[in-house]
Design a protein around this ligand. Structure first.
Ligand code: HEC
Ligand SMILES: [Cu+2]
Length: 357
């Protein structure tokens, strides 16, 4: 029996245990828009290539660890009971003491080495399988840059820039694959890209380019997060991948590529003037306008996003108002300053930002 068969067997066995234990968290795939913000995705319910490939080794590692846990605690409990003091008069007799037994020393050196060796081989094979997976010509290419504490998302071939929410296509119904190849970079510290149902973790390291890929099998919203502690708001560096049918994705691309229209409504017009008069433009970009800042998220199509502040809140006029009044009220320590705006300025800015769709 080779490792694959072994891991297959173990997988089936563990799945049985999990099913009996009624552990299974509810599936995460829900059709957009999803209200869920911080739900923990179920790693046992993969929906894409790499996540499916790492499921079996995951079961194998869990099962081996469970076995070791049971053996060690079993022996411990047995010894504690067997050699306990039975009554106050019970003379404290020690069990026979063994020093320098060749066989015992050998056993507890060799067995763990073998266990680790098997796990290393199984993991290495899966890692190679994922890293060397051939990408078809039509693979969508995106570039993700991690920031404290949000995600910058580029579609270089489509001329789209967005943040925190990654739209990708699923394959077509005729079976044509359409994976998404992702390059990962960091603007500051080490982050880690993790959408549990789509792929394993990959770090975003300053001055280095890493790669991963995803290939969702069906449309849905898949929640992810930064998986490497990166500062105070690490826990609010959330991420969502919105997998869409090829037709819906094409529609999204058309919307994103359209230049923002200039609002005609008076309040939004006032908001637009405020936006360019205040220093928002130093940190935010709005395509085909003088706002060229890149320190904060691109706001060109802000009103098409489901969330605000990298998933800290759903994007609604109320949460946006709270954000502009003081970003730290939602996300303490975040790098957008309190702009000391008046309620009138906030109303106008909200009206303007809501037109960016
Ligand atoms: C010093 C730079 C800076 C200035 C000035 C600034 N912002 Fe921001 N802004 C940021 C950063 C950084 C974030 C991302 C915060 C996070 O999610 O951690 C952000 C986030 C946002 C978001 C949420 C974007 C999203 O997709 O979640 C909005 C909306 C926004 N800013 C609007 C404004 C407006 C309007 C102004 C001017 C009144 C402004 N910002 C001024 C840096 C700035
Ligand atoms: Cu991070």
């Amino acid at each position: 029996m080779d490792c694959l068969q072994a891991s297959h067997l173990c997988g089936s066995f563990l799945r049985l245990i999990l099913a009996v234990g009624a552990w299974g968290l509810p599936a995460q795939a829900v059709s957009p828009p999803s209200p869920a913000l911080t739900k923990v995705a179920n790693i046992f319910n993969p929906h894409s290539g790499p996540a499916e490939l790492i499921l079996e080794p995951t079961y194998l590692v869990l099962l081996v660890s469970l076995g070791i846990f049971l053996i060690v605690t079993g022996l411990l409990v047995y010894i504690v009971i067997k050699f306990r003091q039975r009554s106050p008069e019970d003379p404290l007799t020690e069990p026979p003491q063994i020093y320098g037994s060749y066989n015992i020393e050998l056993a507890w050196t060799v067995i763990p080495c073998l266990v680790v060796f098997v796990l290393v081989l199984v993991s290495a094979r899966t890692i190679v399988e994922i890293q060397d997976a051939p990408m078809p010509e039509n693979a969508l290419k995106i570039r993700v840059v991690g920031h404290q504490w949000w995600w910058e998302v580029h579609y270089p071939d489509l001329g789209i820039v967005t943040a925190n929410e990654i739209h990708v296509p699923t394959g077509s119904e005729d079976g044509t694959r359409r994976p998404t190849h992702i390059t990962l970079e960091s603007a500051d510290v080490i982050h880690s890209f993790w959408v549990p149902q789509l792929a394993g973790k990959t770090d975003l390291v300053p001055n280095r380019i890493n790669h991963t890929w995803i290939e969702p099998v069906s449309p849905g919203v898949f929640l992810g997060n930064c998986a490497e502690y990166c500062g105070t708001q690490h826990a609010n560096m959330l991420l969502r991948v919105i997998a869409q049918s090829p037709e819906d994705f094409a529609q999204w691309v058309v919307t994103q590529q359209k230049a923002p229209s200039i609002p005609t409504e008076p309040l939004a017009t006032q908001g637009r003037r405020n936006f360019y008069a205040l220093s928002c433009v130093n940190c935010h970009k709005i395509e085909s306008t003088p706002a060229e800042g890149v320190f904060g998220p691109d706001l060109t199509k802000f009103a098409t996003r489901q969330t605000l502040g990298s998933g800290v809140a759903p994007r609604t006029p109320e949460t946006l108002r709270a954000w502009l009044a003081n970003p730290a009220s939602l996300k303490p320590g975040c790098y957008m300053p309190d702009m000391q705006l008046s309620p009138q300025q906030i109303d106008a800015l909200v009206a303007y930002l809501e037109t960016l769709n």
